[in-house]
Design a protein around this ligand. Structure first.
Ligand code: AMP
Length: 663
């Protein structure tokens, strides 16, 4: 958020040069009309990797993208996909994520080095990309292979991801081998990392979007070659960045967004790209609050509403041309997991409703007792091959928002209006579909009473939302102050829960030698694309739970820590692939000499969770959707304020650093 303006100030100051500047010192240039060489992109990746300064990262990328737009605009979509390390829109579910074993095989074949040697090198370097690059360097080349282009690399990666069936392994190894054989310099490092599904150069998607927006502005001015004041450029850059980010959160698909952007800049983009049924939007999220008084600080004197906060899974339901589909919070297509949800929805659509996008919570439902079941019941359900007749735990939809109706976006309408349309266009069906229970409230006591009611009805608490005016619009992808969540746990003095990635394990002792006795958890830092250790959790597990965690985690054990695990001083016995996300509650947070979570955001030390308690497995969340370091820092700051500390970085709670409460 502050990023945008900082980039703007900085880049506008050097705008005149950037129009015409080549990538400074680049040896990997290309001419207008020629395909973008992969070496040029690899060089930009290398530069980005060599700095942690966000402004520098953004500037390298902006300059490069400006060159792509002015010289080879047809390659822009593929360049962007390679930068964010994807090969298709998120919601298409097409992923690379090729396993280590297969990559080692391909490296061995391409370089003539045997797999044992590769294993040994991998142990030392901890990065298969580096191993591939260094193995190449030792191999004599008989003839110079044809230089790789962005177009070729991207097409190959997509082909690899799409390869399925009997001999798919051999085919994939063959294709990777082919790419590696043509690599020069540092290219192999990034090809391998792309295959792994993680670039790890500290390039966040928001930065890519910002640079892309800026590059379109620069490219246009370069082509017009008219003199423009730096104030005007600064304004244009800021607006372009804002518009592109907004449009992208409504339609997260570069194949659709980039063509109008190239044709007519962000103005045409805003005009042409609208929310579209079938393409999931990034959902709006809520800020946590610790007390009812905090709700009043924000909403007093305004028209607001309280809704039950149902404890299930977010479901964004889309409907157009007679086809229904449902997407998860991470934009995954869940239509196959929920055939019953699709069936239920059909009955609730009124005849005047031709197309819509609806926001809702899908909850496990006990149809005999007519009540909500715990969230876990739903997560037991298979993700694929689900037949409606085999389903035991029924799903109930509680709809709370309407984002699109009959060809029109409702995002800019206020909640009062959206809710009215929602109620007008759908019919509740007993035990299957209802509107989220809500109450428009004025006094504190009423909030408390409604909160108690929600808990009795098996909900997590309340969502408090602005109803009227500009603050009541739907803000895709934003954790907004216009939606506050109030959970019963907060009122018990316990903070918000954290969704954390299990990155390490500690062998059990005594009776527990055959399982892990404790686990190392991490939050995610999107800037550095690393997992930062935050706490060790080892109490509160039953023997049964430990056994089941062991069964699940043991196959995910890896010999070394990943290069992108920032452990601080934590020393687990084993490491895991970053796959499993757990929701955890903590008694409080404290600054820590041991853990690295959110380091640098409050002070140089990281933050740790004290007395963590396991709540549940979050299999609806990917590891990169775990609580991020900013969230951890915010939770720490809130706690400092709540305890009356006020000062930045002031430590709350008993126990000296490294003492009581640290694991
Ligand atoms: P959290 O996951 O704790 O950040 O809480 C936000 C989530 O609560 C949303 O992503 C929804 O899945 C869920 N939720 C349940 N009921 C509601 C509601 N009435 N309004 C908005 N979100 C809700």
């Amino acid at each position: 958020m502050h990023m945008g303006s900082r980039i703007t100030a900085e880049t506008s100051a050097c705008s005149a040069e950037i129009f015409t500047k080549k990538v400074a010192g680049s040896s990997k240039d290309w001419k207008a009309g020629e395909p973008v060489p992969y070496a040029a992109l690899a060089e930009v990746f290398e530069r980005i990797d060599s700095t942690t300064k966000r402004l520098e990262i953004a500037e390298y990328l902006t300059t490069f993208l400006t060159n792509v737009i002015t010289r080879t605009p047809g390659d822009l979509v593929k360049v962007i996909y390679l930068c964010i390390n994807r090969i298709a829109p998120d919601y298409e579910g097409l992923e690379l994520g090729i396993g280590e074993g297969m990559l080692k095989k391909a490296i061995a074949q391409a370089t003539g080095v045997n797999v044992n040697h590769i294993n040994a090198e991998y142990k030392k370097a901890g990065d298969l990309g580096l191993v591939a690059m260094n193995s190449r360097a030792t191999q004599a080349t008989l003839f110079k292979p044809k230089a790789l282009t962005v177009n070729h690399v991207f097409n190959k990666l997509r082909e690899i991801a799409k390869t399925t069936g009997a001999s798919s392994q051999t085919k994939k190894v063959g294709s990777i081998n082919g790419l590696l054989a043509a690599c020069q310099g540092q290219e192999a490092k990034f090809i391998i990392r792309s295959c792994e599904g993680k670039l790890r150069i500290g390039l966040a998607e928001q930065t890519v979007l910002g640079s892309l927006a800026h590059a379109t502005v620069y490219a246009r001015h370069a082509q017009e070659s008219k003199k423009v004041s730096s104030d005007r450029i600064a304004k244009e850059l800021e607006e372009a960045s804002k518009t592109l980010k907004t449009v992208f959160s409504e339609c997260p698909n570069y194949d659709l967004v980039i063509p109008p952007l190239l044709e007519g800049g962000t103005e045409l983009l805003r005009e042409k790209i609208r929310i579209t049924p079938g393409i999931p939007l990034k959902p709006m999220l809520a800020k946590p609050t610790k007390a009812i008084s905090e709700v009043l600080d924000r909403f007093e004197g305004k028209k607001f509403t309280c809704e039950y906060k149902y404890d299930g899974e977010r479901a964004q339901v889309h409907f157009a041309d007679g086809k229904l589909s449902v997407f998860s919070r991470n934009s995954e297509d869940m239509s196959v997991k929920y055939p019953d949800l699709i069936e239920h929805m059909q009955k609730c659509i009124k005849p005047n409703t031709q197309s819509f996008v609806l926001d809702a919570e899908a909850v496990a439902w006990d149809k005999d007792e007519h009540k909500i079941l715990p969230f876990q019941e739903l997560s037991k359900r298979k993700r694929k091959d689900v037949k409606a007749e085999d389903i035991k735990v029924k799903v109930h939809i509680f709809a709370f928002d309407l984002l699109y109706l009959n060809g029109e976006s409702l995002l800019k309408k206020d909640l009062e209006h959206r809710r009215e349309l929602l109620r007008e266009h759908f019919t509740p069906v007993e035990g299957q579909f209802a509107f989220a229970k809500s109450r428009d409230i004025y006094a504190v006591e009423e909030i408390q009473a409604f909160l108690d009611e929600s808990i009795q009805d098996s909900c997590e608490g309340l969502m408090v939302k602005m109803m009227e005016g500009d603050d009541a619009t739907y803000e895709p992808s934003r954790r907004s102050l216009n939606w506050l969540k109030l959970k019963k746990d907060y009122l018990a003095g316990v903070g918000d829960s954290f969704d954390l990635v299990v990155i390490g394990g500690y062998h059990g002792r005594g009776k527990r030698t055959s399982v892990y006795g404790a686990f190392l958890l991490a939050c995610y830092d999107p800037e550095s694309e690393s997992y930062q250790a935050i706490t060790k959790i080892g109490t509160g597990f039953s023997e049964e739970m430990l056994e089941s965690h062991y069964k699940f985690l043991h196959p995910l054990e890896i010999p070394n820590k990943k290069p992108y695990y920032d452990l601080g001083d934590a020393k687990p016995d084993v490491f895991f692939e970053p796959k499993v996300v757990w929701e955890v509650l903590a008694a409080d947070l404290s600054l820590s000499p041991v853990y690295s979570a959110a380091k640098g955001l409050i002070e140089t030390r990281g933050v740790s969770l004290r007395f963590p308690r396991f709540i549940r497995i979050r299999d609806d969340k990917d590891p990169d959707d775990a609580s991020n370091s900013e969230f951890v820092a915010e939770a720490y700051q809130r706690q400092v304020v709540a305890s009356g500390g006020g000062g930045k970085g002031k430590k709350k709670g008993g126990g000296e650093d490294g003492g009581d409460g640290f694991w």
